[in-house]
Every structure is written in C-alpha cells, then in structure tokens.
Ligand binder design. Structure first.
Ligand SMILES: C[S@@+](CC[C@H](N)C(=O)[O-])C[C@H]1O[C@@H](n2cnc3c(N)ncnc32)[C@H](O)[C@@H]1O
Length: 222
C-alpha cells in the first residue's frame, strides 16, 4: 500500500473494531472494493451519471451523505485508515447505499491508475495539515499530485479543497494557481470563507483544530 516514500497520513489502524464493523469488513468491503490495476470507474456508473471521488474521507459521513443525496452519482472513496473505512461501511450499510466504492489505501496510488478524464468531481476535505515547516513535504497537495489529479478529472470537472489551516489554504491556492490545469472559481470572499451550499460538515471540521475558520476552495478543471 505504500509505493510513495513519504507518508501523507498518520495511523492506518486505531482501536480494535467492534464486531459489527469487523463483520462489514468481511462481508461488505469485498463487494464495494475498487479493483487493482488500471481502473475506469465509468464502467460502473449508472446511465448518464457522474463519478465523484473523496480523498481521505475519514469517518465517511460526508461521502455517505453526498452518495445519499445523489444516487445518480458513483461515489468513490480512498482512505488509508482502516477504522475510517469500517466507519464508512457502516454508513453505507445503514443507509442502504448502492452507489459507493471504496479503497483502503493511498489516493496517490489510486489516482495514478484511474482512466484519464474519468472523474467529474473530487473532494479533499481537511487533509492532514502537517503544520510544521519540516513536514510540509508530507502534505498531499504537491505539484505532482495536482498534475495527476488533473489527468484524472475531465475538462469542466470540479475539485473542492477545504482546510482550517490558513497556511495550507494559501499553499494549495498557490500551487493550483501555478498549474495550467485548474481555475479557482471564487468571485467574492464569501465564496471561500463559508461552507458552499452543498457542503456537509465533517467530523474533523467539527473539532476545529486549525488556526482559522474553515476555508473552502473550489476549482474547475480547464
Ligand atoms: C485530518 S483527516 C480528515 C478526515 C475527513 N476528511 C474529515 O474532514 O473528517 C485527514 C484524512 O486524510 C487521510 N489521508 C491522508 N493522506 C492520504 C492519502 N495519501 N490518501 C488518502 N487519504 C489520505 C487520513 O488518513 C485522514 O483520515
């Protein structure tokens, strides 16, 4: 699971799972699994539907909520933390969702093997901030990854990045603005200062651990 030398995440396993979640990993996870190798999610998409990807979905409440709202969308999720994957599976099971696929792993590995222009939308919500300067190289939003995302997202597709660390917002804006592939959609300060209308609050967001109120940056793929 670790082709990249530098980890962008912390733990991959937390407290022992309760029996219900452990059972879902045995029974439901294989049915929702994203296969190894080159992957074109459009092959799984309902007619005329879209494909969205959430990277680092944590407990999965945002992913499940969006999937529930938009049953015409195939929602992909990638998250290295086993307990997070199990938590998403519980949401999928409780809400009876049929439009979710999950990979326990590193988004950099998945994005690299997605078919070109196969995604309509990507969410990266409150990624690990790595606030210390010497850890900035562990941040997910590096130029290579930004270019890999651009390859996987169709022209006109969207990327939403949110953080409650001022410096990580500036870092991301700087790197995406330097890329020829992305256009920042904001027209006025209220577009990035508050949650967009279709946002669902995440667990990490509620903890408010950062140094600013959440900042939401929406980009379009050129
Ligand atoms: C601070 S948490 C936020 C979780 C969730 N988005 C939320 O807002 O509650 C960041 C998440 O990103 C995941 N993550 C970090 N690096 C990742 C990577 N390379 N690929 C996928 N997920 C990653 C971590 O495991 C963690 O669950």
């Amino acid at each position: 699971m670790e082709p990249h030398a530098l980890r962008t995440y912390g733990r991959v396993k937390g407290r022992p799972l309760r029996a219900g979640k452990a059972a879902l990993l045995e029974t439901l996870a294989p049915r929702l699994a994203i296969p190894a190798g080159p992957f074109d999610p459009r092959a799984l998409t309902p007619a005329a539907g879209e494909v969205w990807l959430e990277i680092g979905f944590g407990g999965g409440e945002h992913l499940a909520g969006q999937a529930e709202r938009r049953i015409d969308v195939l929602m992909l999720g990638v998250e290295p933390f086993l307990n997070g994957v199990a938590s998403l599976l519980r949401h999928v099971d409780q809400r009876g969702l049929a439009n979710v696929r999950v990979l326990q792993g590193d988004a950099r590995e998945l994005v690299g093997r997605l078919a070109a222009a196969s995604l309509d939308r990507v969410f990266i919500l409150f990624p690990d901030p790595w606030p210390k300067t010497r850890h900035h190289k562990r941040r997910l939003m590096q130029p290579d990854f930004i270019a890999a995302l651009a390859r996987a997202v169709r022209s006109g597709g969207r990327l939403r990045f949110a953080t409650d660390w001022r410096d990580y917002a500036a870092w991301t804006l700087e790197r995406l603005s330097a890329s020829p592939d992305w256009v920042w959609m904001a027209e006025r300060a209220d577009d990035w200062r508050g949650p967009p209308g279709d946002h669902l609050t995440t667990r990490y967001e509620r903890k408010a651990l950062g140094d600013t109120a959440p900042i939401f940056l929406d980009f379009a793929r050129r």
